[in-house]
Design a binder for this molecule. Structure first.
Ligand code: SF4
Ligand code: SF4
Length: 387
């Protein structure tokens, strides 16, 4: 993320997690360097409230834009039918908001102080029971840092035992925690795809978004993954990197960035990986805070709306993904989860403990202005660009 708007935020040290986030070769505080931030929640900001975030987005003047800034109208104008869910292909389980980092662009408002919002065993077991009721080919574990949840390995083992592909959305630095020293080898043994966020292959850009020292630690973690057999072309040890823009711009070309990232990381750091996916930053949570404070909110929303690409609509991830929150609530995607926009069923909200695939099938996807982040440019989803 651009340094332009960073100066106003107090660079407080991260509050104690109480869960022993010891880092090899450094301290947890070092992960929240001068360009780091703290959670909206810990600063008790109004923007910590999902309803406030939605109100801020709705207040942006977009009258002069196509569709007047209405996502549903943009979908209709494109000639597509309204968004409805199909069969569940991906069960995405967000195990909680606890994270060892506090990145500026985080759409979860995750951080070391969010340990209370963590999936318990009963809910994890309910997720596995729900998995048995679907034909989902993939279980996508996310957070926060999903590896910090005590039920992380249980979820991986149960999903793999059922032959499902498992994704670990990993922030890399979490692999350096002493407690996770065996994790690269364990993930490799389980055949888990590791999808790692690395905003840029250059240190300056990555540290600007994720905090000073993050890039160096990320490279160390990537070396550990390479040593465990990841990133070497083995389909059972897939290492995917995720790049998101540093600033109020859309993601660049996935294909050309992959070439550039591969060349830069191998030449300068001896790191290899299998593929790179690109994401747009959605205008919610801490990225929304940065947009507001840096004076970029209106321009970014205009950019998203004016860059609406009808070709992305058919591939929107909410059509085939079911997103589960740490408390078992069900959403159409992780972004809706963070805005507390529960999936709509005929009979109201549903918890994973009472999972009923038939009641969710064909449901109308809950949408809002944040959705323009998924349809802008080449499109954006947890699997990368859509076009
Ligand atoms: S973006 Fe990822 S690594 Fe960064 S604070 Fe959020 S959950 Fe943690
Ligand atoms: S934000 Fe979620 S609901 Fe909206 S278009 Fe994107 S995936 Fe679909």
């Amino acid at each position: 993320m651009s340094e332009a708007g960073d100066g106003h935020v107090t660079a407080n040290a991260a509050p104690d997690t109480g869960v022993g986030l010891e880092i090899t070769g450094g301290s947890a505080g070092e992960l929240v360097g001068p360009k780091g931030t703290t959670t909206l929640r810990s600063r008790r900001l109004p923007l910590a409230s999902p309803s406030e975030q939605i109100a801020v987005l709705e207040s942006v003047r977009l009258d002069g834009c196509p569709s007047g800034g209405s996502f549903d109208r943009a979908i209709a104008d494109s000639g597509a039918e309204e968004l409805r869910a199909g069969e569940v292909g991906i069960l995405q389980i967000n195990v909680g908001k606890l994270c060892n980092m506090t990145c500026r662009h985080c759409h979860v408002d995750a951080g070391p102080d969010r340990g209370r919002e963590s999936m318990d065993r009963a809910t994890a077991e309910a997720c596995i029971r729900a998995l048995d009721l679907t034909e989902a080919h993939t279980v996508d574990l996310t957070g926060g840092a999903p590896e910090l949840n005590p039920n992380f390995r249980f979820l991986v083992e149960e999903a793999r035992a059922r032959g499902r592909h498992v994704i670990d959305r990993c922030n890399l630095t979490v692999l350096l925690l002493k407690r996770n020293r065996d994790l690269p080898d364990w993930l490799a043994d389980q055949g888990v795809e590791v999808v790692c966020s690395l905003p840029h292959h250059r240190q300056r850009n990555t540290d600007a978004q994720r905090g000073n020292g993050t890039f160096t630690r990320s490279i160390e973690a990537l070396h550990r993954l390479n040593e465990a057999g990841y990133g070497l072309g083995d389909p059972d040890r897939l290492l995917t990197l995720v790049a998101n823009p540093v600033g109020a711009v859309l993601a660049g070309s996935q294909c050309s960035m992959e070439t550039e990232w591969k060349r830069g990381l191998e030449r300068n750091h001896g790191v290899t990986f299998d593929r790179l996916i690109t994401l747009n930053n959605l205008p919610i949570s801490r990225f929304l805070e940065w947009l507001q404070d840096s004076g970029n909110l209106e321009a970014y929303m205009e950019l998203l709306v004016k860059s609406f690409n009808p070709a992305t609509v058919g591939g929107l991830m909410c059509r085939t993904t079911l997103s589960i929150g740490w408390d078992g609530s069900i959403y159409d995607c992780d972004f809706n989860q963070m805005l507390e926009l529960d999936s709509r069923t005929g009979s109201g909200e549903m918890n994973i403990r009472d999972f009923d695939p038939a009641a969710l099938s064909g449901r109308r996807i809950v949408t809002g202005r944040h959705c323009f982040g998924c349809t802008a440019g080449a499109g954006s989803s947890c699997g990368g660009a859509l076009e």
